[in-house]
Design a protein around this ligand. Structure first.
Ligand code: CP
Length: 305
């Protein structure tokens, strides 16, 4: 499969075979260090929104493969502050780097960045829309901890309206015969277009508010933070913050083999007492950002076919 020069903007643009191929390359990256694979390449990381995991794991992945990294962690230190457009910024970065990872608060911004750039652009999160590389590492994690991707009962809990990771993950898991349980307050439920798509594809799902109603059925529980920064009205956020708080009291109500995931950062939705249980895989999940992002960089830069 040839991913050379390919943009990674939306998970919808990846077939099941392509996703499985990326996971296979990520597995190889985990086994073999490849310290010189990208030693003539430069990654630009343009982060218009805060990040710990995505930006640092892209940086670490590039450097572990021998490449170099330029960019900014906040638009305030770039000429964006002086009013430069995203289009013009991308035209400049095109001259300085071989590949760009961009995070931006506006939906569709990664697509616009890719249109402006002749080099591959990777969407590191565009507003409440998508976070495709997070989804790829989520799939990699599920495959590792459950031994498969097919036929799983998946609960997605929290802010399903504004949480971009659950949007991308729902689309990707739809290739693998899932049953979905969308657990959220009504106002923060999964957007209609995603549910319509599932109906069209004949994928079983239910929308719930009470986790305990379905918790015994789940193989994977994917927890998300209430996305404070996306609420147009802070009063609305105050209504929903803290609505779900998982603690040790959940354990009698779940399968022994349930795995709890979270894209992180967490606020208070998973109590730290859960961290040491057999169920918690969220730190392992974040660590999987390295092999997956190494694989993506090597693929789009044409160093692996
Ligand atoms: N999961 C994730 O995107 O984390 P960061 O916001 O820290 O990059």
């Amino acid at each position: 499969m040839d991913f050379k020069n390919r943009d990674i903007i939306s998970i919808n643009e990846f077939s099941k075979q392509e996703l499985l191929y990326i996971l296979k390359i990520a597995g190889l990256m985990e086994k073999k260090p490849n310290p010189n694979l990208l030693n003539d390449k430069i990654l630009a990381t343009l982060f218009y929104e805060p990040s710990t995991r995505t930006r640092l794991s892209f940086t670490s992945s590039m450097e572990q493969l021998g490449g170099k990294v330029i960019g900014f962690a906040s638009p305030g230190v770039s000429s964006v502050k002086k009013g430069e457009t995203l289009w013009d910024t991308m035209k400049m970065v095109d001259c300085y780097a071989d590949v760009t990872a961009i995070r931006h608060p506006l939906e569709g911004s990664a697509r616009l960045a890719a249109e402006a750039s002749s080099k591959p652009v990777i969407n590191a999160g565009d507003g409440a829309n998508q976070h495709p590389t997070q989804t790829m590492l989520d799939l990699f994690t599920i495959q590792k901890v459950k031994g498969k991707l097919e036929n799983l009962h998946i609960g997605l809990l929290g802010d399903l309206k504004y949480g971009r990771t659950v949007h991308s993950l729902t689309v990707a898991l739809s290739h693998f015969n899932p049953t979905f349980y969308f657990i959220a307050p009504e106002a923060l439920q999964m957007p209609k277009n995603y549910l319509d798509e599932l109906r069209e594809e004949g994928i079983p799902f239910s929308t719930e508010q009470d986790l305990l109603k379905v918790s015994k059925k789940l193989d994977v529980l994917y927890v998300t933070r209430i996305q404070k920064e996306r609420f147009p009205d802070p009063v609305e956020y105050e209504k929903y913050k803290g609505v779900y708080k998982l603690d040790m009291g959940l354990l009698p109500h779940i399968k022994k083999e349930l795995k709890i995931m979270h894209p992180l950062p967490r606020v208070d939705e998973i109590d730290t007492s859960i961290d040491e249980t057999r169920h918690a895989v969220y730190f392992e999940q974040a660590a999987n950002g390295i092999p997956v992002r190494k694989a993506l960089l090597a693929l789009v830069l044409g160093k692996i076919k």
